[in-house]
Design a protein around this ligand. Structure first.
Ligand SMILES: Nc1ncnc2c1ncn2[C@@H]1O[C@H](COP(=O)(O)OP(=O)(O)OP(=O)(O)O)[C@@H](O)[C@H]1O
Length: 291
């Protein structure tokens, strides 16, 4: 069964003059980490809201076309059941924190209590995710006194702790420092390795290049490309959508344009290092033959 099938979907928010999604046809499989990239306003968050069923129940507007989530038409899902099946981290951590809990621990535990998880399981899950995110020291604190980045980690931890089958994650690292961003990506990659299906919106292209299995490229409400990350980052659709490439990819293209190509287009630093090492070995062998 597929994660999602969208066929010719157009969505216009109530009172908006133009469509936020336009003629989107997209097939998402389970067990993959999909990265969604595109400039501001290209429709990434709207796509997340649709996959999570917030459109059209919460965000009003007109949906045309067909949306199937886990083999079931979106309209046939019970919203509460969909919420349990698909965990969603929103791009604004300020709206995701409940504001009714006195400690970070209770904030992260909140969703688990609603699911009826036992107290000992709650303690295990909250301590384990907090440890991985480096927020153990925050657990006794009041959530209202946290910095933006700390809030973002708590919002992320609250959703991850719930262990949903599918995760839709919108810009989880927008307020995080580089080490914390990396930790968040590693947690997401581990979840994928444990069989979860993940749709992740993120602007940090180097992290996307390293961790996403496949990329969905959006531009002006349309999906303009979808495919394996390395292939997509080398494709012209990325330029047309104004999405930046990783620096190592730009560098490889620049070398190619002056006739000194690496013979491959890397999208991560380890790939670039391997390509350069192979090129240097080739040059040494050549020099040896010439001598
Ligand atoms: N609640 C809303 N009501 C009306 N229009 C909206 C609403 N939310 C988003 N839009 C519009 O829909 C379009 C797509 O917005 P969306 O938030 O999906 O883009 P995005 O790619 O997630 O952008 P960003 O990178 O800035 O988060 C934009 O033109 C935006 O102005």
């Amino acid at each position: 069964m597929d994660l999602a099938n969208l066929r010719d979907v157009t969505f216009t928010y109530a009172y908006a003059d133009s469509a936020a999604l336009e003629g989107v046809t997209l097939h998402l499989e389970r067990g993959q980490l999909y990265g969604v990239v595109g400039t501001n306003g290209s429709g990434k968050s709207t796509l997340c809201s649709l996959l999570r069923g917030l459109i059209p129940h919460f965000h009003k507007g007109t949906v045309e076309g067909t949306v199937e989530i886990l083999g079931r038409n979106l309209a046939d899902w019970n919203p509460a059941e969909l919420a349990r099946t698909i965990g969603c981290v929103f791009d604004n951590p300020f709206t995701q924190i409940s504001g009714i809990k006195d400690t970070v621990f209770e904030e992260i535990a909140f969703g688990l209590e609603n699911l009826g998880v036992s107290r000992s399981d709650i303690v295990d899950r909250v301590t384990s995710i907090s440890d991985r995110l480096g927020i153990t020291a925050l657990l006794p604190k009041n959530p209202n006194g946290l910095s933006g980045g700390q809030r973002q980690k708590v919002a992320f931890a609250s959703i991850i702790a719930m262990d949903a089958e599918v995760l839709v994650i919108d810009e989880p690292t927008s307020q995080l420092d580089p080490q914390s961003s990396q930790a968040v990506f590693e947690i997401i990659a581990d979840l994928k390795d444990r069989g979860k299906s993940i749709v992740l919106v993120e602007h940090k292209i180097d992290l996307m290049a390293r961790y996403a299995d496949r990329l969905v490229v959006m531009h002006a409400g349309k999906v303009v490309a979808e495919g394996p990350t390395r292939e997509i980052l080398a494709a012209p659709a990325v330029d047309a959508a104004d999405v930046p490439r990783p620096e190592v990819t730009d560098l490889a293209f620049a070398l190619e344009s002056v006739g000194k190509g690496l013979g491959t287009i890397p999208v991560t630093r380890p790939q670039a290092e391997a390509a350069i090492a192979a090129r240097m070995r080739g040059a040494q062998v050549h020099a040896h033959h010439v001598a």
